[in-house]
Design a protein around this ligand. Sequence first.
Ligand SMILES: Cc1cc2nc3c(=O)[nH]c(=O)nc-3n(C[C@H](O)[C@H](O)[C@H](O)COP(=O)(O)OP(=O)(O)OC[C@H]3O[C@@H](n4cnc5c(N)ncnc54)[C@H](O)[C@@H]3O)c2cc1C
Ligand code: FES
Length: 412
Amino acid sequence: MIALATTIVIAVASVCLFVLIARSCWAISINLTQNRMRSMALRSEQGQLSVELSGKLRRTYFDLSMSRRKVDWREVFVAKIEQESQDVRSYYFIDVDHEPLPCSQPGQHILVERPALPNIPKAFRCYSLSDDCAEGYWRISVKKNSEYPASVSRWLHDDVKVGDRIRVRGPSGAFYLRTDPSRVLVLASAGIGITPMLPMLIEALRRGFNQVQVFVQFRDVGHMPFVDSLLDIASKYPQVRMNIWVSRFPKGVGKSTGSPFHEGKFHALSLIENLESFSDADFYLCGPEEWQTRLTEDLVNTGVPRSSVAYELFQQAEKSTPPAQEVAPRNVHFKVTGTTAQFEKSYPSLLGCADKNQVMLESGCRTGACGSCVVRLLTGKVRYTREPQFPTKPNEILPCVCVPESDLVVEA
Ligand SMILES: Cc1cc2nc3c(=O)[nH]c(=O)nc-3n(C[C@H](O)[C@H](O)[C@H](O)COP(=O)(O)OP(=O)(O)OC[C@H]3O[C@@H](n4cnc5c(N)ncnc54)[C@H](O)[C@@H]3O)c2cc1C
Ligand code: FES
């Protein structure tokens, strides 16, 4: 009897133990599975994250390396010159050794050096590449800006001939096509601001954008550079909606239905009236500063995110305008040239101070757009008088758009 009872107790205990062990194993396995699933999810999230991150890093690196690229100066041959309109001429450059010239991001510019003239020091100006660079040549298209003897555009128009060698550097610049082809691309320019839009448009067609809206503002029929190329593109590519606005439209010329020509000036509403959603479109603007500032503000006021508007300023800031906020006199030491100068309140910028003290700095735009004046700040603090468009490293400054806030030592 006792033996039977003992057997029963042992059997019940074994069953309980078995159930207990089985439940624990099950719990453990569930836990393990959940953990594995969690860690798989985490791994895939991390994977996704690291893919996104590495994508972003690559992109950032690419963006910076492309925009910051300060390629060496090179000599190029002027292979061809073409008159595009009353005051715009195109210059085709080829490599002196007949190697293909390096390609740019569509929208970038090169820096052109005008050699010193009698009693006039050499000067540098930026010019956007106005054609696709796939064929190995570079084209710039220059509006004759003034008859002023030091004017670089005047020199290009009046003195530079086919067969001349000139010095250029680039391409570089932070204004170029970055939009994903799934988005709507809006390219809006006024006057000579058309130049960076042309390679962007060609690249957009190459990348297979579904919708590209082009808005061009011209003064009159005598000032319509590249109008034939624009009409040609519009007739071949239905995804391009071409809008050519002419301020002084010729009298008596009728406009047929569906014609790309419009009389007058376009404004922010013209750019957005055909868009299904503002959040799907990216805007690229290039033209005179006042036009651009107004258009950007109007777009933002109608609901376009500011981050969707990219722009490039062509206009050079007036050379002699002092900053709005007065600057206290400061000592500026240019370490490389060994020059020490006092920053006077009449100087428009640190670059103006360098100019006055015969410290030669490259300067293509004087608006913080091109990066050609970038220098290292060794000690001291500066204040920007205009938000720079060109990205700089933490120890770098753009002298064309900053003034000292303390005594400075700069590597120049
Ligand atoms: C990124 C970028 C891209 C550009 N792309 C084009 C383009 O594709 N086509 C085009 O025609 N233009 C383009 N420009 C404008 C171009 O760089 C010149 O500003 C323009 O040709 C006028 O220069 P200029 O010397 O002929 O004119 P100028 O009449 O001599 O001067 C124009 C302005 O520069 C100031 N200035 C005068 N002397 C100097 C000097 N020594 N240093 C600095 N500033 C001075 C003047 O105060 C005046 O406001 C671009 C500008 C930038 C910033
Ligand atoms: S001159 Fe172009 S950024 Fe200073």
